[in-house]
Design a protein around this ligand. Structure first.
Ligand SMILES: Nc1ncnc2c1ncn2[C@@H]1O[C@H](COP(=O)(O)OP(=O)(O)O)[C@@H](O)[C@H]1O
Ligand SMILES: [Mg+2]
Length: 381
């Protein structure tokens, strides 16, 4: 009797998924199991409102979020929100297997060595990568630690409160993305065990690279290249301001060496001529070189850390991956195919309720928000 009453007093909450991105705000409502898409909203982040992973205009963001909630007509106010990649440091560490209380102490101790700012200005979280019960007593426990500056987290929470939202979980964005695509990562790898995957997410201001076995995290690293770098290269090369360059990037941007075919497609349209493929490629090439170099270095770093592994699968997502030809070029640099991800595939979607072509166009942008929303279906688990 007492038990059932307790249960009754703890209603199940469902939370929205929210990403406050440097380029776009994204909200998604998912419900039940199997998960159903109930609604979503996205709009551009007001210019200058986010800088270096920090919310510099909380009231402006909160105002936008309130409008998005009204647009979605949802009454849910709990959220699972992503923390900017630029504000989070993650490390995977090994500790001897130990009890929960001891682990907490050990992690705190270890974290001080890895985190480049004072530990009392930091919010720390951690999770064992394998269920401790399944790890043999004499084995090491792999634990992922995430640390963010207290100031950044406070700013995020204040912004959410101002939007009348109640955060139940704050999550690391690439880990949320991993949750969305975990079903793609199953199967059998080259060595007969679960396949090893790399997962690249390219946002406006930051990107991240994840290495996993099955859906189990092996390594994670933030990358120094992102969508804005391409926009800035175009702005500089053609003498445009940022927002015009952004538009030009979407219309004419490309990451492949133009073929003669493409050249001959040119008509006498002055704008097409100005942003022709050869010029566009010239503008973007330095960023591509940096991107491919950084990717190769990251893989080398992974290999140094965990030994020479065969990578079975590759995935690419994030709005920045929409640059024409980019997945191909980056895949070539890594020596594997980078496949696009469609986060809507993991949800039940009522096709008469949505403009499906619009939805699929937004797939790269929504991989992370859908992962946050999936966590929100059972946030207290
Ligand atoms: N068609 C396109 N071609 C190239 N880049 C694009 C295209 N569409 C969107 N982007 C880029 O995607 C980025 C935004 O993606 P998004 O995942 O929403 O980023 P964030 O989460 O950081 O706000 C921007 O850098 C934008 O320029
Ligand atoms: Mg993003």
């Amino acid at each position: 009797m007492r038990n059932s009453l307790n249960r009754w007093l703890q209603p199940r909450v469902e939370a929205l998924g929210l990403e406050i991105g440097a380029a776009n705000l994204k909200l998604v409502e998912i419900s039940g199991s199997p998960p159903v898409l109930k609604g979503f909203a996205t709009r551009p982040t007001p210019p200058g409102a986010i800088r270096g992973g920090n919310i510099v205009e909380p009231s402006i963001i909160a105002g936008e979020l309130r409008e998005m909630l009204a647009e979605m007509q949802t009454r849910k106010r709990y959220v699972v929100a992503g923390v900017s990649n630029l504000a989070v440091i993650t490390r995977i560490i090994q500790v001897p297997k130990m009890g929960e209380r001891e682990l907490e102490e050990a992690i705190h101790w270890e974290a001080e060595r890895y985190i480049p700012f004072p530990i009392d200005e930091v919010v720390l979280d951690y999770a064992p990568l394998d269920p401790p019960a399944e790890v043999p007593d004499d084995a090491q426990l792999d634990v992922v630690i995430a640390a963010a500056r207290l100031e950044t987290i406070t700013q995020l929470v204040e912004t959410l409160k101002e939007a009348q939202l109640e955060p139940v979980v704050l999550d690391v964005k690439p880990f949320a993305g991993l949750r969305t695509i975990e079903n793609y990562m199953n199967g059998e790898g080259n060595d007969g065990a679960e396949p090893v995957s790399v997962f690249l997410e390219i946002g406006a201001e930051s990107s991240s690279l994840v290495l996993s076995r099955g859906a189990r995290l092996l390594m994670h690293r933030n990358l120094n290249i992102s969508g804005n770098d391409f926009t800035e290269a175009i702005a500089k090369s053609f003498g445009l301001d940022f927002s015009s360059a952004e538009e030009v990037k979407r219309d004419y941007g490309l990451a492949t060496i133009p073929t003669e075919d493409e050249e001959s497609l040119l008509d006498f349209d002055a704008e097409r001529e100005r942003f022709n493929p050869a010029r566009m490629y010239d503008a973007i090439r330095p960023v591509l070189v940096d991107a491919t170099t950084e990717l190769r270095r990251s893989l080398e770093f992974f290999r140094v850390q965990i030994g020479d592994i065969h990578i079975d699968k590759g995935f690419i997502t994030g709005g920045g991956s929409k640059l024409r030809g980019l997945p191909g070029i980056l895949g070539e640099a890594l020596g594997l195919q980078l496949n696009p991800v469609d986060p809507w595939d993991v949800l039940q979607v009522n096709e008469s309720q949505y403009d499906m072509s619009e939805l699929h166009k937004l797939a790269p942008e929504f991989t992370v928000p859908v992962g946050l929303g999936l966590r929100g279906v059972d946030p207290l688990d």
